[in-house]
Design a binder for this molecule. Structure first.
Ligand SMILES: [Zn+2]
Length: 381
């Protein structure tokens, strides 16, 4: 066998521009475990999609990550809360609310790809009790929990080929960014739709959240334009595509189309390259800022016990003495061997660094700061 050919864009086959400095940074897994440096990040010079070059090395890495996968470990399996002005709510209940105008009141057949421990199916079941629900996962560890959800009629391990029947709605929540060939994956999903059926796609928005590029097992780091292009390549047209349902994420409802859809801005790989270079520089400045804050603090903690907090703690050589979280299912537990504290339980005089995008960090500091605890926020991007 000769050498492996250079990976090309897994959406359009175009050549890839690689961000050479990327491999120096530590990474994190999508289930929030620190992960080794040495990753590769690229942007397609044709369709401007930011992605991991998918080759034998990346595939082996992703396989190693999934072998140890433990979703929502910080909260003992409870779904991640999404916080905004209305307070915290599970992501699934927001998505189900958004779906209401798109689903008829009559019973619907739903297939949730990558259903995890059933968070989304549970939310659907309580809002649409007449629905017939099915879920898929890559192993059977959550089988009993999923089948116990009212209305659930099937649990499958494997791809579309093992799932019988056709569906009014196929949901893929935090799935598509893991798929090495997302266009053919979406095409296969179309074949499992009933006439008039819809696909719901939920992915992280790389453009809204620089930390997304650090996630080693996300092979596509979607933004609004690249998600739209991906759907259109699979002959799917968005009926809804928005970043306003869940912060830092894209929500998309697509339907099959037989007519090629034109329009939209042409891809701009050069602008994408500049934007990602800018995001990487911001992450480096953030780490340097936090390192300095840690070295001068009486007691140093990190806000959040998810992707960004876990990554930054590893970058700082595990120098956080504690984590701070507002999610009640996490408070009082331990993360990376250190306590997760409620904001009210942080000792006076401590410094808490907030590794979030600047707008979100500023809101946290405004809400929680001003007392005896110093909340340090990153510089603007
Ligand atoms: Zn491409």
């Amino acid at each position: 066998m000769g050498p492996e050919p250079e990976a090309r864009c897994h959406l359009c086959g175009g050549s890839l521009y690689r961000f050479d400095s990327f491999g120096a940074r530590l990474q994190v897994t999508s289930d929030c475990r620190p992960w080794q440096a040495g990753g590769r990040l690229a942007i397609c010079e044709t369709c401007a999609t930011v992605q991991r070059p998918v080759d034998a090395a990346w595939s082996a890495e992703a396989e190693a990550i999934y072998a140890g996968y433990a979703i929502y470990d910080q909260s003992a399996g409870a779904e991640q809360q999404v916080f905004d002005a209305d307070g915290g709510r599970p992501r699934s209940s927001r998505i189900v609310e958004m779906l209401e105008p798109f689903l008829a009141d009559a019973a619907v057949d739903v297939l949730d790809i990558g259903c995890g421990n059933g968070g989304f199916l549970r939310a659907l079941s309580s809002r649409f009790p007449a629905s017939r629900l099915s879920g898929t996962e890559f192993d059977t560890r959550n089988r009993a929990a999923v089948l116990a959800i009212p209305g659930t009629v099937g649990f499958y391990t494997g791809g579309f080929e093992v799932v019988p029947g056709h569906f009014d709605l196929i949901s893929m929540i935090h799935v598509l960014e893991h798929i090495v060939d997302p266009v053919s994956f979406l095409r296969r999903a179309c074949q499992a739709l009933k006439p008039g059926g819809k696909i719901l796609i939920q992915v992280p928005d790389r453009a809204a959240n620089a930390f997304d590029v650090l996630i080693a097992d996300h092979c596509t780091h979607f933004d609004l334009d690249s998600l739209r292009r991906c759907c259109r390549s699979a002959a799917l047209e968005p009926a809804l595509l928005t970043g306003s349902v869940v912060p830092k994420e894209l929500t998309c409802i697509v339907t099959p189309t037989t007519v090629p859809v034109l329009g939209g801005d042409p891809p701009d790989p050069e602008a994408g390259r500049v934007a990602v270079t800018h995001q990487l520089a911001w992450l480096d400045r953030l780490a340097a800022h936090a390192r300095e804050a840690a070295s001068s603090a009486a007691a140093f903690g990190l806000f959040g016990s998810s992707i960004s907090g876990t990554w930054l703690d590893a970058e700082l050589g595990r120098s956080a003495a504690f984590f701070v979280d507002e999610d009640p299912s996490r408070i009082g537990r331990r993360w990376m061997g250190r306590p997760i504290l409620a904001p009210a339980d942080v000792a006076a005089g401590a410094t808490v660094f907030v590794p979030l995008i600047p707008a979100a960090a500023a809101r946290i500091a405004e809400r929680l700061g001003g007392g005896a605890v110093r909340y340090e926020i990153p510089d603007t991007e």
